[in-house]
Design a protein around this ligand. Structure first.
Ligand code: WQD
Length: 339
């Protein structure tokens, strides 16, 4: 298939691009480079040996999407990963998050449907599940629009829009993928997570401490009702996540469907740190801090539906993710700026 990958130069996007190309598909990236570097697109080409056109532009603008179709189309599918995704930032800038995360979807749908795409794949999040009593979350678990932050709400709003658009476009395959916590990097160490500024998320923060860019890891609370008191999350290797996108496109069928992409194996903050210390071969400095507002004790999924309907399951462990993340970070101490 020929795929337009919106947000395709990002952390998840670059890995999805590699997985699509390695499965025989053609990829064009559309990215505004607001949270990544054009170097990522070049690295995808180095890894795969395939041409990887990059259109630099704002996917929320119809004219930009139309130009991408004019220049590089036609496309069989759009994979939409073009969103702002920092929970904390979304609390400070809700309008930016609602505008960007919804307008990109509207613009991509308008042009994609007008130009006859067959599939629309959407990057959503496991943070749309709202009732901890449902753990481990399945695709039927309770969701809510009344979530703790604008990022998660914008993703749930997108899902509502997509279900209605699918209903009036019965021939279109609309697939929503609810990610849990993506971590790790491609085994080559050429692409990986490179957030701008101080990382909000745990794994990139640990990576920066390991490479000496940050002093010590702050553990946000060790008094949760979990085995070791620290938060539990479902960390999924980004390569497994990327393969999940390929399976969803290849196994897709007309209509709206939703899949959890996670491992189903909860890992605690202390377990992740221990895993990374194994990869680095030394202890990393850490200190227990107060809980972070908005954090839940535990979130992880039941990934059985993706296994059943897509023939997909996560194969890599947290130790694989730590090894690959350390390989990326140690080879690129300043991320893509190292290049
Ligand atoms: C993980 C655990 C923290 C940082 C993120 C994104 C969200 C979604 C899922 C895409 C928690 C603890 C963290 C630190 C810590 N992504 N922690 N010290 O909050 O589960 O959600 O992934 O949909 O958008 O925000 O991930 O990595 O921030 O936190 O102790 O410096 O690590 O309390 O238990 P989170 P996270």
């Amino acid at each position: 298939m020929r795929v337009l990958l919106a947000g395709g130069a990002g952390y998840i996007g670059a890995h999805v691009a590699v997985a699509l190309i390695e499965s025989g598909h053609e990829v064009v990236l559309l990215d505004d480079l607001s949270n990544t570097s054009a170097v990522a697109a070049e690295r995808v080409s180095v890894i795969t040996g395939a041409p990887v056109p990059l259109v630099v532009g704002d996917a929320s603008v119809d004219a930009v999407v139309e130009a991408a179709f004019d220049e590089h189309g036609p496309f069989d599918a759009i994979v939409h990963l073009a969103a702002y995704k920092a929970v904390g930032e979304s609390l400070q800038k809700p309008l930016d998050y609602y505008a960007n995360n919804l307008d990109t979807t509207f613009a991509l749908l308008r042009t994609g449907i007008a130009r006859g795409i067959r599939s629309f794949l959407f990057s959503s999040t496991g943070t749309v599940y709202s009732d901890p009593a449902d753990l481990p979350f399945t695709e039927e678990s309770t969701t809510s629009i009344d979530l703790s932050n604008a990022y998660s709400k914008s993703k749930r709003m997108n899902e509502v829009v997509l279900a209605d658009v699918a209903r009036v476009n019965p021939e279109l395959d609309v697939t929503v993928l609810r990610y849990f916590n993506p971590v790790g990097a491609h085994e080559s160490g050429l692409i990986g997570e490179d957030p701008s500024g101080i990382p909000n998320n745990l794994m990139p923060f640990v990576q920066r401490v390991a490479v000496g860019a940050l002093e010590e890891i702050g553990i946000f609370g060790d008094d949760y009702d979990t085995p070791d008191g620290t938060g539990l999350r479902d960390y999924i290797h980004v390569v497994d996540l990327a393969v999940g996108h390929v399976k969803a496109l290849e196994q897709g069928a007309p209509g709206y469907d939703v899949f959890n992409l996670g491992t189903g194996r909860p890992v605690s903050v202390r377990e992740l740190i221990a895993s990374f210390e194994k990869a680095v071969g030394r202890e990393l400095p850490s200190r227990v801090l107060p809980r972070r507002p908005g954090d839940v004790a535990a979130t992880y999924c039941d990934p059985a539906k993706a296994q059943r309907k897509l023939g997909w399951t996560a194969e890599r462990t947290i130790d694989d993710a730590s090894r690959d993340a350390w390989n990326w970070q140690s080879k690129n101490p300043q991320g893509f700026q190292t290049a």
